[in-house]
Write a protein that binds this ligand. Structure first.
Ligand code: WT7
Length: 648
């Protein structure tokens, strides 16, 4: 092997749920006979009515239909709570660690989780929410967010979580986009010692929504001041509600949730996930990828506003009867030791975070890690973007003391769960590679222009998946045509991931980044078109083009080229104003890192912006601009190069 590899220790492999031989055997079986394989795996979930069919899938453009366990019925909340009560009713289901370490953590048992989820479910029912209705959540990382998700699942309502860092405009669009009946929010969200005024953001969003949308307000800080006619005090209603609520019998293919994610064109799309297949997949990946064993404490540092939080804070761990940690704060508050202090305090066994957090903490120095007792850690994980070897090595050496397997999990909002990742007891890791496919996942690398499958082991091209897996998204909410067009039209018969990928001589996969106009900022997906449309909505902006550029901590930063309206002079004030403008239009994560004033943008004679050139300039790689002969006005490029922004 050319790259340095890090195999699991013999001791770890001997104890692991899956070792190398078992991986090979099970993987082969999963690809040869998916029906038999997934038919067996489906049993990890409790069904009300068992399924008689397993996989029923069509990837053909115009007829795309994805069904798993289609005639089975179940309830996801009952699987995450009720079925554990007899054996582990008094076991902690959720450890809640508040933003301020001086405040008390909570240990919520499965019994308590049951009671609170039922209360919340009854509150929702009281507002008229029934099976199939949509409920939007805009919440801090507090236990009520988990109760709300599970309460929706219990009564068959479809939740759609909007990350609490998104703006009122983005929230309003998502409430309207799914025609939601209820919004659940909290008064304020404490994070890193500061507070976000969630309720006032919600009020601003609801100005653009139907008057019939009701708002449930959870008390977090007590900082709530204004009450409108549509508001209800969720905390008070829950206290008065019954702790009994029968779970609704749902079809395997009934939607469990909608989650909006950015694409290369247009506004974010509502990714729809199923109940049965999704739960099977979330539960199986959580158990095997983290080698989760009963009694372990599992911590995924994501926010429930992202898919990682859905699958690996809530659904996967709870389906497995795990103890899952939910953290309200940020890695650097009160200081850069917080993650490690929380690991020590709650004896965390599996720790799952993002490369951007690792890079940020690495920059703060080792003493923050070294002062914490991390002896309970068994497995470390990363997700969201490729991890650079330097960060991988620091994670391995300083956090893992060189003895904990690292799982670099590649997946997407659309895939519901891990797709390519090492299994900690089976796979020798290579820093920066997501290594091998999970069971049932059949990755292929296609030649980008012809769409031909490259069958040589060593290959580079676009990454597609050849066949379905149970966690796959089912549709784009309200727009099945967009679903087909986005994922099944460029490469016929395959699911197109949007990622570029390389396969090395050992058959290991290396994600090379997006091949579309999507950028990855701190592990969060951002459509360049979204940021552009926010910029051009400003009265003084004539035109804007947004690209990514390499950023030390965030992975990619947002680089915006802005052409101002005739007669408007560029200024520092205007730059600040545009930054603020994008923050309020979309949210802080979309704020451009660099704005370059562009008197003109490089366009073809037919008026198409040549983003390839803009990307190269943003990357300081303008020696290799490639073919510029089709440019309408070549001089524009010289100006852009000359006035390019300094990356500092
Ligand atoms: C995109 C999906 C799935 C949860 C987090 C992000 C990139 C994700 C990795 C990884 C290299 C990765 C891909 C993917 N990505 N994980 N381990 N190595 N790239 O979910 O917002 O849907 O973004 O994130 O480009 O397509 P998302």
């Amino acid at each position: 092997m050319s790259d340095k590899t890090y195999p699991p220790s013999d001791a770890f492999a001997a104890d692991a749920l899956i070792d190398a031989a078992k991986y090979e055997e099970m993987y082969a079986a999963s690809i040869t006979d998916p029906d038999a394989f997934w038919g067996e795996q489906g049993k990890r979930v409790d069904w009300i009515k068992p399924y008689s069919t397993v996989k029923d899938v069509n990837f053909d453009l115009g007829n795309v239909a994805i069904n798993w366990y289609a005639d089975g019925t179940l309830n996801v909340a009952a699987n995450c709570i009720d079925r554990h009560l007899a054996e582990r009713g008094d076991q902690t289901a959720i450890i809640w660690e508040p933003d301020d370490p001086k405040d008390d953590a909570q240990h919520i048992t499965y019994q308590e989780l049951h009671a609170q989820t039922c209360r919340m479910a009854n509150v929702l029912k009281g507002l008229g929410v029934t099976k199939g209705d949509r409920v939007v959540l805009y919440m801090p990382m507090i236990p009520e967010a988990a109760y709300a998700m599970l309460a929706c699942a219990r009564i068959g309502a479809i939740h759609s979580i909007v990350f609490a860092g998104f703006s009122p405009d983005a929230l309003g669009a998502r409430i309207n986009g799914s025609n939601a009946k209820v919004l659940i929010t909290a008064d304020e969200a404490p994070r890193g010692g500061r507070k976000t005024a969630l309720k006032s953001n919600a009020d601003a969003a609801l100005l653009h929504c139907d008057d019939r949308v009701q708002c449930l307000v959870v008390k977090r800080t007590g900082g709530q001041t204004t009450w409108t006619e549509r508001d209800h005090d969720c905390t008070a209603l829950m206290a008065a509600a019954s702790t009994d609520c029968a779970p609704e019998e749902m079809n395997a293919e009934d939607p469990l949730f909608i989650l909006y994610t950015s694409g290369s064109t247009g506004q974010p799309k509502g990714v729809v996930h199923s109940s049965g297949g999704y739960l099977v997949y979330a539960s199986m990946t959580h158990e095997l990828v983290f080698d989760y064993k009963p009694g372990d404490v599992f911590w995924c540092t994501a926010d429930v506003g992202w898919v990682t939080g859905h699958s690996y804070i809530i659904y996967g761990p709870l389906a497995n009867g795990a103890t899952t940690l939910m953290f309200e704060g940020v890695p650097t508050y009160p200081d850069a030791s917080r993650f490690w202090q929380v690991c020590e305090k709650h004896k965390v066994n599996q720790f799952y975070t993002a490369p951007t957090a690792i890079r940020a903490l690495m920059g703060q120095g080792n003493e923050f890690v070294e002062k914490s007792d991390l002896s309970d850690l068994k497995v470390l994980g990363t997700v969201g973007e490729p991890i650079n070897p330097e960060a991988w090595n620091w994670y391995n050496d300083v956090v893992g003391k060189g003895t904990r397997p690292i799982v670099d999990t590649w997946w997407q909002t659309e895939t519901g769960g891990h797709m390519m990742t090492p299994l900690p007891g089976a796979t020798a890791a290579k820093p920066g590679s997501c290594t091998k496919p999970f069971f049932g996942v059949h990755p292929v690398i296609l030649e980008p222009t012809t769409g031909e499958e490259i069958t040589d082991t060593v290959a580079e091209g676009v990454l597609c998946i050849k066949d379905s897996w149970p966690g796959q998204m089912r549709t784009v909410y309200g727009d099945h045509e967009r679903f087909e067009k986005t994922y099944f039209s460029d490469y016929k018969g395959y699911y197109f991931t949007g990622d570029g990928c390389r396969r090395d001589a050992d058959g290991y996969y290396w994600i090379t980044g997006r091949v579309d106009d999507v950028i990855n900022v701190s592990g969060h997906r951002m459509g360049t078109a979204e940021v552009e449309s926010a910029l051009v909505a400003h009265a003084q902006v004539a035109e804007a083009a947004v690209v990514g550029y390499p950023h030390n901590v965030k992975g990619q930063g947002i680089y915006a080229y802005v052409t101002l309206m005739n007669g408007v002079e560029p200024s520092e004030e205007l730059r600040k104003e545009l930054e603020k403008w994008v923050r309020t239009e979309i949210g802080p994560i979309a704020k451009p890192d660099l704005i370059q004033w562009a008197p003109g943008l490089p366009k073809t004679r037919s008026g198409k912006i040549m983003r390839r050139i803009l990307r190269k300039i943003a990357e300081d790689d303008f020696g290799a601009l490639g073919d510029t002969s089709t440019l309408a006005e070549p001089a524009v490029v010289d100006d852009l190069i000359e006035n390019r922004m300094n990356k500092g």
